[in-house]
Write a protein that binds this ligand. Structure first.
Ligand code: PLP
Ligand code: ZN
Length: 416
């Protein structure tokens, strides 16, 4: 298991250090809440991961960072291609927002259509390394569909738990990839609890993002890519939406690793975005109090997480990057979903574009200045949730096949 660059784990609560074989998934002393952080041997890594390594590496996927992900190389070549998604320099949107430099990291272009592939790829490899017979997770939908996707490719059975409100695009994916789908009559909290009980009882490999410390190591590759795609000079800010907190934890860890390796000079500030319909982190930050359970009342289903499962990594990510927590109403999310499509030709799901809604609010409030450079991550593809996208557009009426009617219509629209 693991590789020579991994020193062990550090508990995010008590700070105790464990060798890889001394802890399983969470801290033996702190229990379920004692989420572990993987500790790397940066001095050893520095001998391998230098500019020359990246220049010579022709693996244009997240696996180019394998030494920094704690996976062994044995099965990597059999996996689907994950990551190295495009970092697009914005033209139209940047102009519209008055920003000099704006980049869009389109992670909706991963195999199952979301950033979750980065974590699921690692999970499936780890499950195979551990000789697991079944992999399992609960998720608002994307972790579930990506886990099903990569498990299918590697011939590993998957049992997936989702809340009953998971959008049809995502549940269809899960079934299509041949996983056993348990659609729980309840919210994400209920799905998480049932999955946990089942995983404990049957001994399946646990892909639950918060519990499994390796998931953040997969997610962090998004930052490794952003940095490398910008010649190791990342933007001043990186904006990302937050549900459980693993993604934002990964975004920070990636930049943190590169700084430790001496490959970047500073860590971008993180703008962490929630929906006002489900904003436990934003409330806790605003009131300077511990995290409290929140309602899960947002169309951005991927970030509708009332009890975040990875709070410490998320809070540390924002704090250590001198970042900011912000929340945006669903109406803003729908508006920018259409705006992003219209101005850049990129179709994101609601949680995927919440980062842009957050950026626009942060610009308005003077949190981000127009002369600062910004990247926002589109974490999920819009085709996963066409029902909500339809609320952001005007449906065309059916037209008789008649040129005169078409002519009149085009005039009204001022197209001719
Ligand atoms: C999971 C997810 C997020 C948030 O990630 P967390 O680790 O839950 O904070 C954001 N956007 C999309 C599309 C997601 O699937
Ligand atoms: Zn501990």
């Amino acid at each position: 298991m693991g590789n020579r660059f991994v020193k062990g784990y550090k508990c995010t609560i008590c700070g105790k250090f464990f060798k890889e074989n001394e802890a399983s998934l969470t801290c033996p002393d702190c229990g379920e809440k004692g989420i572990l952080d993987v500790v790397f041997d940066y001095e050893e890594l520095k001998k391998v991961l230098n500019l020359d390594y990246f220049k010579k590496n022709t693996d244009y996927s997240m696996w180019r960072y394998a030494p920094l992900m704690g996976v062994s190389n044995e099965h990597i070549h059999e996996m689907l291609r994950i990551g190295w998604t495009p970092l697009i320099k914005s033209n139209n949107l940047a102009k519209l927002l008055g920003l000099k430099e704006l980049y869009i990291k389109d992670d909706g272009l991963n195999p199952s259509g979301s950033s979750k592939d980065r974590a699921s790829g690692v999970a499936v490899l780890k499950a195979i390394e551990a000789g697991a017979k079944v992999i399992s997770c609960s998720s608002t939908g994307n972790a579930a569909s990506s886990c099903a996707c990569h498990a299918a490719h590697m011939g590993l059975p998957a049992v997936i738990f989702v809340p009953k409100r998971a959008p049809i695009g995502k549940t269809t994916q899960i079934c299509l990839y041949g996983a056993t789908l348990i659609k729980v009559d309840g919210d994400y909290k209920a799905a998480f609890q049932l999955s946990k009980a089942a995983i404990d009882k049957y001994g399946w490999y646990n892909r639950n993002a918060a519990i499994n410390p390796w998931m953040v190591e997969g997610k962090k590759t998004v930052s490794l890519e952003i940095a490398e795609q910008l010649g190791f000079k990342p933007t001043d800010w990186v904006c990302v939406s937050v549900g459980d907190g693993c993604t934002v934890g990964g975004v920070y860890k990636g930049f943190h690793d590169l700084k430790e390796l001496g490959l970047i000079e500073r860590i971008p500030r993180i703008l962490a975005v929630q929906s006002t319909g489900c904003e436990p982190f934003v409330i806790a930050d605003h009131n300077n109090e511990p995290l409290k359970e929140a309602d899960e009342n947002t169309i951005a289903d991927s970030i509708a997480v009332g009890i975040p499962r990875n709070p410490i990594k998320a809070i540390n990510a924002v704090r250590n990057s001198h970042g900011v927590w912000i929340s945006v109403p669903d109406s803003d999310i729908l508006e920018v979903e259409a705006l992003l499509g219209r101005t850049e030709g990129i179709f994101g799901e609601p949680a995927g574009v919440a980062s842009l809604a957050g950026l626009m609010k942060a610009l308005k409030e003077g949190i981000i200045r127009k002369d600062e450079s910004v990247t926002f991550i589109v974490t999920g593809n819009g085709l996963k949730d066409p029902a909500n996208a339809q609320k952001a557009i005007t449906q065309p009426e059916v037209m008789k096949p008649d040129l005169a009617i078409l002519d009149k219509y085009l005039r009204e629209k001022e197209i001719i």
